[in-house]
Design a protein around this ligand. Structure first.
Ligand code: 26M
Length: 817
């Protein structure tokens, strides 16, 4: 076994500085005398990549030599956030970097601000995947993240005249410094074409794809270090490359420009991340992206497995493939195709292997978010895969018919193909039938899956259903984003909490210590000062750091009910105007989040918030009592600024609709208090921090269902509640849009005349009451400090280390190397 190069014997800070200078000159081709900040950032990143790749090679050798069972985490999205500080912390090089940079005349904070984050995800689902990779690395699991190397990530959001404007996110423009592009390392991906059926010499019926279009998938690797454990995983992202460059004959036809056009068409596959979450767009290119990820990844998995030289039936003993939502579910027919068509296993043998290899996580119960594809489109793009899905379905329905002979209707409900006027492939049904494990992401959500969304499947496969409550990594979401609070914690209980978050419990004895109180609140106030500065800088609005920072940041969606929040803001505004003195707690409202570019109502609500903000912020009667701020382009980088400065965390989805939420956990971990509904992980947060340390309100999910089935009438709430009526009348009457009085009529109509699908009006009154409770609590700063500390100290359960450990033990059957 060859030796890896030894680290130099000089001091770490000095050797880091030498590496930075070497990269400035030899990798970036710049003068070492006066490098600019961006150059220094990139040279530092390259210096860290050197250290990461060494540890990665060593980690891969360990996995290989132990012949460990491997975990493959497939996700169309990853949202890692900026890497610099994370990697410095994980490698234990923060102080060394600070010293090296100071030596060169730079501050670490300024250099870190040079990083532009890869936005290769929409929101919760992509961010969860990145938290999980962090934990898999920290737990030393033999794991791999697989995704797509989009050239353009989630759009950059500008707010112009109150409206969301989208700009391309060309995150690669400055070159890449964290990844290795492996241009020699490519797999062919084949789609379109026709299935040819033939009989081979042994008389077997064979299937192959003729006239397929081939695109190459090139690997780009990024490294994910564990926390100070010398272990490094990789996230392999596939970039589409034309195959034509490999076919010289094509150019001999003389159509040179035509060939280049085809190249562009091929490389389009990994061009852009689809910016809609929850309501997927059924576009051909999206299905191509999904298959592109799947095909390249399965080839990688099979290549590694073949090297072992063991029988195919050992595949599930040595590998588990985790499907992050149904987006990569076409992996199931793809593995079937390889085993049956190429490796010539029988259908039964192949299916036995598949169902023991795949596991599926569901992240949503919204009906419009359940992924379906028109059968015609599927047949055109992936003709062989559709045949395989039909065969899976035929056999599955045969079994179901035998299991439920007296319930013929169940067949239509569970079929992998919806048969109505048009035929649709149901990806969630495929994922459930083809996996040994189906999990939800909070206790509440997992119950809903069993009771309603997938109830038939729960009857058929009860043993497959389980819960894995989401978690977040405390390295990024406390240590890195809130270093002063992290330091205060470590000072009192030592640093073990970083890899064993349950240890935060040890803070509890200090909740009665006055000194600790003061220090805790000082740290929080300092964080609020910094955010206030940022707000002044970006929005030109002056906010009071001592005011209650009430924060609602997440993707914009009607079910997340940013609208409910703004209705309450307007109600407060009216109270201030009509009876000065009735509102005593000054508040700063902070909103942030992107709307899918085609989601009219979500964009309209963003515009309403900005109009309300303008009206309130410029009304002299309001003064410091109320400020409303919309921070543009909410992303991981911005979340890291906002969360440590938050007092009150808004988690107010309609009960039964937010599968889990993970922002809720990030806020509570940093000592914010939650105001929220009985939904997703809010319920478990309440169970851990105690009902007296957060503010829950509103209908329970079964009450939402009952109210709906009894015929919910939002108008009743409007008529009975004069404060609510005034608010809605103002919006509809153009109070916030005097030059366009009808501008926001649609918003009010959706509530009053289109059924208020998300029960905003039904929950309004209890939200107002709970907000008053929150304000009263904030007036007693000592009591608030206590609540804040108790939230942090009781959040141990919500570590992604705990979540990933549960996945490893209960689903994957793997342990650390
Ligand atoms: C699908 C098809 C085409 C284009 C886009 C999509 C798509 C992309 C993202 C659909 C859904 C997507 O994300 C859903 C999501 O983020 N769900 C959230 O997952 C979190 C992690 O489990 C949960 O905490 C949130 O409650 C849930 O909303």
């Amino acid at each position: 076994k060859s030796r890896l190069p030894e680290a130099p014997a000089t001091r770490p800070a000095e050797s880091l500085k030498q590496d930075i200078l070497r990269h400035v000159l030899y990798s970036l081709g710049r003068d070492t005398e006066r490098p600019d900040r961006q150059t220094v950032f990139r040279a530092l990143a390259l210096s860290l990549r050197d250290r990461l790749v060494e540890k990665w090679i060593a980690s891969q050798r360990d996995i290989y030599s132990r012949s460990s069972k491997r975990v493959y985490y497939l996700s169309l999205e990853f949202l890692p956030g900026p890497f610099l500080r994370e990697n410095l912390i994980a490698l234990g090089l923060e102080n060394e970097a600070r010293e090296a940079l100071t030596d060169m005349g730079f501050g670490l904070d300024d250099v870190a601000d040079e990083e532009y984050e890869p936005g290769l995800g929409n929101g919760g689902l992509g961010r969860l995947a990145s938290c999980y990779l962090d934990s898999m690395a920290t737990l030393r699991l033999p794991a791999y993240g697989y995704g797509i190397h989009y050239a353009y990530g989630i759009f950059y959001q500008l707010i112009k005249e109150g409206r969301q404007v989208e700009r391309a996110d060309n995150w690669l423009r400055g070159g890449t410094h964290w990844e290795f592009e492996r241009s020699h390392y490519v797999h062919p991906v084949r789609f379109y074409g026709q299935v040819r059926e033939w009989v081979d010499e042994q008389g077997r019926l064979r299937h192959s794809l003729e006239n397929a279009t081939t695109v190459m998938a090139m690997a780009c690797d990024m490294f994910i270090p564990g926390h100070k454990n010398d272990y490094v995983l990789n996230m392999r992202l596939w970039a589409a490359k034309t195959s034509r460059e490999f076919e010289f004959s094509f150019f001999n036809t003389g159509d040179y420009i035509g060939a280049v056009e085809e190249k562009i068409r091929d490389e389009n596959i990994s061009m852009v991340l689809y910016p809609n979450d929850e309501a997927p767009e059924g576009k051909e290119l999206r299905l191509k992206q999904q298959f592109f990820l799947v095909s390249a990844t399965i080839q990688d998995i099979v290549r590694r497995f073949r090297k072992k030289g063991i029988a195919w039936d050992q595949l599930p003993r040595k590998n588990v493939i985790h499907l992050n939502e149904t987006h990569p579910a076409v992996a199931i027919p793809e593995l079937m195709r390889i085993l049956v068509d190429e490796e010539l296993l029988t259908w039964e043998e192949a299916w036995y292997i598949c169902v023991r290899t795949f596991a599926y996580t569901n992240h949503t119960v919204l009906p419009e978010a359940l992924e379906v594809w028109p059968e015609d489109l599927f047949r055109r793009l992936l003709p062989r895969h559709l045949q395989i899905i039909h065969e899976i379905n035929r056999r599955f329905l045969h079994d179901v018919r035998r299991q439920f002979p007296n319930d013929p209707n169940i067949l239509g409900r569970v079929s992998l193909v919806h048969e109505g006027e048009s035929r649709w492939v149901r990806m969630s049904h495929l994922a459930i039938v083809g996996s040994f494990s189906v999990n939800g992401v909070s206790a509440h959500h997992s119950e809903i899956l069993k009771e309603s969304v997938f109830h038939d499947f729960y009857k058929i496969f009860p043993e497959r259903f389980n819960n894995k409550t989401n978690g977040i990594t405390p390295r990024r979401w406390l240590r890195q984003c809130n270093p002063t609070l992290a330091w205060l914690i470590t000072e009192h209980i030592g640093p073990e909490w970083l890899t064993d978050l349950a240890q935060l419990k040890k803070l509890e004895p200090y909740v009665n210590s006055e000194g600790f109180h003061r220090a805790w609140m000082e740290v929080r106030l300092r964080n609020k000062h910094k955010l206030a500065e940022y707000i002044r800088d970006k929005n030109g609005i002056t906010v009071m750091p001592e005011s209650l920072f009430d924060v609602h940041v997440k993707r914009f969606h009607e079910y997340k009910r940013q609208l409910l929040n703004v209705l309450h803001v307007i109600a407060l505004y009216n109270r201030i105007r009509s009876s000065p003195g009735s509102v005593t707690v000054p508040r700063t409202y902070i909103f942030g989040g992107k709307a899918a570019p085609g989601y009219y109502m979500a964009k309209h609500i963003i515009r309403l918030i900005n109009s309300v903000a303008y009206t309130i912020n410029t009304d002299p009667r309001v003064g410091d009592l109320l400020k409303v701020v919309f921070l543009q382009n909410y992303c991981v980088t911005l979340a890291e600024r906002i969360i440590p400065a938050t007092d009150l965390s808004e988690q107010i989805s309609t009960a039964g609709m937010e599968a889990s939420g993970t922002g809720n956990m990030k806020f509570a971990l940093n000592g914010a208090i939650t105001i929220g509904t009985h939904d997703g992980a809010n319920i478990e947060i309440m169970e851990h921090v105690g009902n007296e340390n957060l503010f829950l309100f509103g209908l329970l999910s079964h009450e939402v269902n009952e109210m709906r089935s009894q015929g919910y009438n939002p108008r009743l709430f409007y008529e009975r509640d004069s404060e609510l009526r005034e608010v809605l009348d103002m919006i509809a009457g153009g109070f916030f849009s005097p030059s366009e009085p009808h501008l926001f009529r649609d918003v009010v109509e959706s509530l009053l005349n289109h059924g208020d699908r998300y029960m905003v009006l039904a929950d309004f009154r209890s939200y107002v009451y709970r907000q008053q409770d929150a304000a009263n609590a904030f007036m007693d700063q000592a009591a608030w400090a206590r609540m804040s500390m108790l939230n942090t100290s009781r959040m141990g359960f919500f570590s992604s280390d705990r979540a990933v450990d549960e996945y490893a033990k209960d689903i994957w059957g793997v342990s650390g190397v």
